[in-house]
Design a protein around this ligand. Sequence first.
Ligand code: HEM
Length: 497
Amino acid sequence: MATIAIYLAVACVVASTIFFIRSRLRRCTIPGPKGWPFVGIYPSLGHEIFKDFAKLSKKYGDIYSCRLCTADAIVINKYEIVDDLFRKRQGTFNDRFIKLPDTLDIPIGFGELHYGDKWKEMRSFTINVLNNQNLGDRTFEDLLNEEVSHFRNYVINSHGQKAFKPKRALLHCMGNILLTLVFRKRMDYKDSEMNNYTDAAHNLAQCLDPFVFFGVPSVLQILGRFNIIPIKKLRLSQLALDKIATECHAEIATHQKVKTLDGSRDFVDVFLEEVDSKKEKNTKTFLTENTLKGIASNLFAAGLDSTATMLIWFVLLLTKHQDVQKKLREEVDAVIGRDRLPTLKDRDSMNYVKALMQEAHRFVSVAPMGMFHMSATDAEWQGYFIPKGTYLIANYWGMHHDERLFPKPSEFNPERFLNESGEFVKSKYVTPYGIGKRICPGEVLAQRELFLFVTQLVQTFNMQPPEGVDAKNMNSDGVYDGVGFFPPEFEARFLPL
Ligand code: HEM
């Protein structure tokens, strides 16, 4: 027994030494903080890792490399460099970390798939459907405005003029919009089934937590994913994926049995039509029932929590900054009035709302480091060596709070994006949806949702803090969890206008 223990100990020491020497020899040569052997700078990082990354960039520059426990990483704090690596260099720096072979037909969405033909086909199909929603007789505005009116009725009937925490109801709204687009169904605000979706989406977003990621070697992550070892966040993410995949399976079966008669179409209808048409034409395709499950998981995981969280941030910021809410309402009154609902076309003539949207995205940075990329091959950048498998972290929060670009970055001030004539000035440096080849495929959808929702909210309600609370004193310090930067819990009163 003692001999086995000695052999094992020697084997461990030899394996660790080989691992250590190999990682030293194949190191990224971009300079950066040294950190400790094996763990690198990981133990010195605080919970809001992106703030520490921004601090380190003051010392080491706009791009630096570092070791984060099990991984080598490059942290980038400047738009031009991210643009160079993520857009101009084709696929080299656009891989993801999950390395499952394409032939394994299990439900993996394109969000976690590595850069290649399968990712391209799934992604371009999804963008096409999301951006050109053909909802039959209804327009996207109809769908959204209808959901806001459900929200309005819910607020008035359930809370009257009393302050309440709007988070759940707003998550529910966004959940219904996605459910309608993907599965052509919506749920009542009292239906607790919706919590399963919103919780599933939140759990999935949470498991991309960099601390789980870098702290747990990838073999353990895979074991955790299949519940061989219990890692809470990974276990939750598996439950979430299973929930969405099961739902998707049931919906596909229903859609195949019952053809729509009223001309309304959803994501599943369009997907099944595409698969049939490819079969008829004998065209090679990666689109199968499993890829549909993967895409649906992506849409809920990446699209629900992010957009809903941003909407909740808008409600908090407009309640806290009453002057901003007033200016926004003045513009809504001038351009849309109170007798009709907003349309997407109105956006063209609304400078203040565009400045507000850009400033809120900058100030909040709801996905502070986007989703990490990985280098697909050994590569070179400006004479430096970057080994295959290096993580690339674009610090969007850091870029959005860079005082060289945005003076007084911690002040929330939509006016910074208006010129002297009051016209909106678009900034290429505000990039909440990412940069380059893997830029968020839901950007157009999210921007449409947020515009219609926010304008209708100020057209319908005067949002006020709870009685006795000074709006200016409302806490607006974000809480970082997983991939998202969430608003703190707050209460507001929605007074009908
Ligand atoms: C405020 C709302 C949103 C924000 C701020 C946001 C932000 C982002 C960011 C930063 C990325 C990573 C980009 C990269 O890796 O370079 C991303 C990826 C992604 N987003 Fe969004 N997103 C939002 C809404 C949505 C919506 C509505 C959907 C779909 C319904 C969606 C689906 C996805 C998917 C599938 C990916 C992975 C893309 C890929 O790997 O090719 N997102 N998003």
